[in-house]
Each structure stands twice: as C-alpha cells, then as structure tokens.
Ligand binder design. Structure first.
Ligand code: ZN
Length: 208
C-alpha cells in the first residue's frame, strides 16, 4: 500500500477532534494550498515511477469485497492495510447496502462464478463506523431538505442513518444474505470500525 499518510483537512491539533461526525473539523475559511487533485496527481507520478501499479491482478488477492463509508477517516487501504489488488471496495454514505450495492456484488458474483465453477467465491465485509456522518439523516430538518434536494422519499432515508453501527451493520448483512441476486457461494460478514481507537470489531462473523 501507499506509505503516504492521509493529509488532515486542517491542523491535526484541532481541539475539536472527536466531536459528532467530524464535519465540524473542516474549516472552509482556511486556505489549503494542497487542496484539490493537483497534489494527488503529483503523488500519482511518484507511484507510477516507482512501479506501484506493477503486478496488480483483477481478482482480489484476499478474495475480499469491502463495503464501507466514504468518510476520509475510513479508508480501508489504511485501516485494513490493503495493498493494491487485495480487495474490491465500494464506498458510499454510511457504507450502506443499497439496491445499487447489491447489484455490484451480484455483478462480481457472476464474473467470479464464471471463472470458478465450484466452491466459495469471495467474502463481502460490511464495515460501518463510529461517529458516522450518516447520522445526520436522523435529523428531521436535514433529512427533509436532503430528500427534497435529491427527489427521494423522506421516510426511506430515515433508515439510512447510522446511529448505532452495530445494529445497522447487522441489518445490512442480513439484507445481503437475503438478496436473491447473490449466490450462496458468496459469504458475508459485518464489522464496526472505531475511529477513536483505530480498531475493527467483528459483529457478524462470516457465514462460511
Ligand atoms: Zn460514515
């Protein structure tokens, strides 16, 4: 994996670390010379020059498919120590198992099933986390405005909130296990990442 450390949005010594969702940490008023794709592209040049892309394979080394939150604190390349080609990763708000995510798993299920006629295919690990910003969907005003903005049904968005990550991850693993589009050759597990300790706790062990 990359040896580069994640760049904090603001100074690491912010006194507000640990508050609610963490969005309070972003200070749009403070200019950040490294903001945007520019500095990331410089890192890409170094990555390619060092041959970081070489030896990558399309079927993941760990036979692992991770579903987790898009929160920048929750990057599985870092907290799971994933190297290039180790896992497939889908990230969205909260790391929720939506209809679209089920379709993505089914897609890989079908491709892997064609390549491997028998036996287990891969494991899907759903990882929710503490202090998740998806908790904002439990706020009536926020949820109403967001539902209006995206043209969604407000009541369905309430269930998308992550307030108790152990409970929501259990629900999402169940949703995957009961999805007819996913074959029994795919196993599922559920976990919670604690952003304060850096540790992952397994809530639902893999079924096979
Ligand atoms: Zn989150």
């Amino acid at each position: 994996m990359s040896n580069q450390q994640p760049t904090p949005l603001v100074g690491a010594a912010s006194p507000q670390v640990g508050r609610a969702t963490g969005f309070e940490l972003a200070s749009p008023g403070q200019p950040n010379a490294a903001a945007g794709i520019g500095s990331a592209l410089e890192r890409n040049r170094a990555f390619a020059a060092a041959g970081g892309h070489q030896g990558a394979v399309v079927f993941p080394n760990l036979r692992l498919f991770v579903i987790t939150c898009l929160d920048p604190r929750v990057d599985p390349a870092h907290f799971l120590g994933l190297d290039l080609s180790d896992a497939m990763v889908v990230r969205n708000v909260g790391g929720r198992v939506t209809a679209e995510v089920i379709n993505d798993v089914a897609f890989i299920d079908q491709i892997a099933g064609n390549a491997l006629p028998d036996g287990p295919l891969f494991e899907v690990a759903v990882i929710h986390h503490t202090q998740c910003g998806a908790g904002a969907l439990a706020d009536d005003t926020f949820r109403r405005r967001y539902a209006e903005r995206i043209g969604a049904d407000e009541s369905s968005l309430r269930a998308h909130a992550v307030l108790d990550p152990e409970a929501t991850v259990a629900r999402d693993v169940e949703r995957l296990r009961s999805a007819p589009a996913i074959s029994p050759r795919v196993s599922m597990s559920g976990h919670v990442y604690d952003v304060l300790t850096g540790l992952v706790k397994t809530v639902i062990p893999a079924d096979h």
